[in-house]
Design a protein around this ligand. Structure first.
Ligand SMILES: Cc1cc2nc3c(=O)[nH]c(=O)nc-3n(C[C@H](O)[C@H](O)[C@H](O)COP(=O)(O)OP(=O)(O)OC[C@H]3O[C@@H](n4cnc5c(N)ncnc54)[C@H](O)[C@@H]3O)c2cc1C
Length: 425
């Protein structure tokens, strides 16, 4: 590859949400069967791009438990009340009609890597040449023992998978009397969406400031400090939400008392709240365990960053929140989208008997809503390092907003509409 062409590809990768792939054209020699488990940010994107880049020659089946795609990004605004759950819900129709993806509404329950089959709850079995797992996270309920049953989980909500839980938490906030306290428990990193809990605190505070001004939002963080955009969030809490938001670090949750909505901690005193939102510790979803691809700390899946193939089990690729992240790589929708594109290009190349792109570039931008309009962002560029065989942040790339502002609010809504279209339209 000539120097100019390499630079050109680097530039495309850095400037857009399309990761650099060899030639960016379709690979007509590719054929085979790909099964994707999980039609979220990683899985749906991989499915669509494999269909496009193989010119429709690779057969792609997505197995997804839910009837519709419900986005976690923007779902904190549903808690604040400036958006409805319908605003973050997208149909799977275009994936099927425009791209010829086969969609099976079912839950994958087991993988047999030797036979290369996936078993579904309905009893159906799907054969694959390449399997892509993007199942997101499961909650480690054993770390919050009293929540390890469905009744308790219906009272003390996580709302960390957008949908019914988001609406239920909004209802709890609406029912809470003015003067009440909403406490949010944040797990020790790594967890899905580093800035998400702090954005959530802002959105709940935005609602309280207008509808219940005597109420408080208490952030009980398992981490030693705010894990993302710290100075920007702290400024918002000190100024925009003065007297409403209180931040407390080093609150590692050990359990809750469900009846009294009390959170208990390793070291700190217990806290009783009127609305208690517990974001539990997380790990790769169950199907990743069944497939035998969980390799890091009994939680996450190590992958080869050139292909996102598991380092342990051949022909199984893992994307999104389930993977063991590289340095500086967040567990985000934007990043899952980028994993999906690098993986899709690699799978198309491999099924055409070609080598995958040796220098993929990935980008990330995470917007956080402070009010219903004012937003801050953090962004970064990550490139494969041949010697270290991992993806590393590009020196001098990325950055954060100087302060919250309305213009970035427009960018953030555009980002959401664009990624929904990129994933599903
Ligand atoms: C409140 C909140 C706000 C966020 N805001 C942002 C943001 O602003 N920007 C950003 O970039 N990221 C944000 N994120 C993070 C983002 O949502 C995740 O990083 C992203 O969804 C990860 O994509 P994924 O494909 O790994 O998982 P998901 O998108 O969760 O997709 C997993 C899918 O797999 C399905 N599934 C799981 N197991 C099975 C099975 N066995 N069989 C069939 N289907 C299965 C699930 O139903 C689900 O649809 C936010 C997250 C939260 C919780």
């Amino acid at each position: 590859m000539s120097m100019q062409r390499r630079d050109f590809l680097k530039t495309i990768g850095a400037a857009s949400t399309v990761a650099a792939i060899p030639g960016c054209a379709t690979m007509s020699g590719a054929s085979g069967k790909v099964v994707v488990v999980g039609g979220g940010y990683g899985g749906a994107t991989a499915a669509k791009y494999i269909r496009m880049w193989s010119d429709g020659r690779i057969d792609v089946t997505v197995v997804e438990s839910n009837p519709e795609f419900i986005s976690c990004p923007i779902s904190n605004l549903v808690l604040g009340g400036s958006k409805q759950i319908g605003d973050v819900t997208v149909s799977y129709d275009n994936l099927v009609k425009r791209h010829g993806v086969k969609l099976v509404r079912d839950t994958a329950t087991a993988v047999d890597p030797d036979k290369r089959t996936v078993k579904l709850a309905s009893g159906q079995e799907l054969a694959y040449d390449r399997l892509i797992l993007s199942p997101g996270v499961d909650f480690m309920w054993d770390k919050v023992p009293s929540l390890n049953n469905v009744d308790a989980q219906a009272k003390i909500l996580h709302s960390w998978k957008a949908g019914a839980q988001t609406v239920a938490l909004r209802n709890q906030l609406v029912a809470m009397p003015d003067g009440g306290v909403c406490a949010i428990s944040i797990p020790v990193a790594p967890y899905r969406c580093p800035p998400g809990p702090y954005e959530r605190a802002c959105q709940i505070a935005w609602y309280f400031k207008r509808a219940k001004p005597k109420s408080k939002v208490l952030i009980l963080d398992g981490n030693g400090d705010v894990t993302s955009k710290g100075p920007l969030f702290k400024k918002a809490w000190a100024e925009e939400y003065k007297g409403i938001v209180e931040y407390r670090a080093n609150h590692v949750l050990t359990d809750v008392d469900v009846a009294t909505r009390t959170a208990k901690f390793e070291v700190q005193d217990s806290v009783k709240a009127d609305v208690l939102n517990v974001i539990p510790p997380q790990r790769a979803s169950a199907i990743a365990r069944s497939a035998g691809v969980v390799t890091a700390n009994d939680r996450w899946c190590d992958v080869d960053f050139l292909t996102f193939e598991s380092v342990k089990v051949k022909n199984i690729h893992v994307l999104g929140d389930s993977i063991q992240i590289a340095t500086g790589m967040p567990k985000s929708a934007h990043m899952a989208n980028q994993h999906a594109k690098v993986c899709a290009a690699a799978v198309v190349a491999l099924l055409a008997g070609q080598a995958p792109n040796p220098t993929p570039v990935l980008t990330n931008t995470c917007y956080s809503f402070i009010t219903d309009k004012d937003v801050v962002h953090v962004c970064s560029v990550h490139q494969y390092d041949k010697e270290k065989k991992t993806v590393l942040p590009v020196a001098g790339s990325g950055g954060v907003s100087p302060a919250m502002n309305e213009l970035e609010g427009h960018f953030a809504f555009s980002w959401a509409n664009n990624i929904w279209a990129d994933t599903l339209a």
